[in-house]
Design a protein around this ligand. Sequence first.
Ligand code: MG
Length: 419
Amino acid sequence: MWTGASPRSSARPASPFRRAVAHPAIKNVDVHLTQPGGSRLIVVKVQTDVDGLYGLGCATFTQRHRAVESALRSHIGPLVIGRDVHQIEDIWQTSMVNGYWRNGPVLNNAISGVDMALWDIKGKLAGMPCYELWGGKCRPAAAVYTHADGRDENEVVANARRFMDQGYRFIRCQIGGYAGGAARTPPDDALPGDYFAPREKLHRIPKLFEHLRHELGEEVELLHDVHERLAPIDAVWLAKALEPYRLFFLEDILAPEDIEWFTQVRAVCATPLAMGELFNHPREITPLVAQRLIDFIRVHPSQLGGVTPCLKLANVCAAFGVRTAWHGPGDVSPVGMAANIHMDVACHNFGIQEWATRSALEYDMFPGFAQVRDGYVYPNDQPGWGIDFDAALAARYPCDEENPEWTVSRLPDGTLARP
Ligand code: MG
């Protein structure tokens, strides 16, 4: 029976395994689907042949949760059972190519669930938090940004002030959600959808940031997410128009399909750029990094295949002066957020961490989950991720099975647009 301390206790225990059990094997890969809030979460629990020793990983692809579940139950789980838990790199590489066709959000999230769980186990076996395995802390905590929205400029200011009063120094400001422009009446016979008018962003967003700087002053750091909702040339125009307001970064100004346009954005302004939540493979993003066309890497770690590829990507970014800003909205599980926070404190080229306020239920379901204090999130000092999972509680909150509606976005004339 493993006798390591739970994430709730404060003393760091000595590992009981270093001599007794050198190489535990994976005994089972449990897949848990739960929906404690708006997002469907997928938590993987890798059980070992040592009683009580397990690891937790995030495999959350909230819009295609059943596909990831199937990939884990039918393919990745059976592939890794029996493997030595220490061989994280080989298990990751084997999982990626075993089906011959590789890469993609479903497979990568399934691989991530196992990958993160194995790092958790390795930390528990070492008696160390994962950040200690990667060289130790570069900082005691990670600065976070949060999201202030509003229907008009004054509501955005009020919401931003509310977060500033709580100690947040970095705030992403949106107006009307990601649309940033009111819907207009579509033509007759237009199909249903989430209608938005992208060109309205071009006058509305610069005005918003002029107002925010006037009302909130120069000290607070402001961010904005375009959510790839502009035509490329309009994206170039917006980045230039926002330059006077000194954003911390402008996020996803272009879609992955249009990344060649980053050269044009760079040519006209020095607005810092963050990119990457839709990428599936580090090789998709390394050209942007190597040509110094972006400033922050913003990938969704489980979408990339877990911590193993993200640590490598972070090191590549460090060589080119690009900082990390791992994706951290509500559809990253608290286990995935724990992995983000451990990378945040251990990577020298950390930039900022996205943070979404979590419910009391999520804190009950994931004991040990980090809290934000005065704009910083702190990892605890327990072995592994320092977080646990109450599977019985999670089972009481099953996932809804509806296809998402917000991703059916449409332009004013009824054309389907990228969400
Ligand atoms: Mg985004």
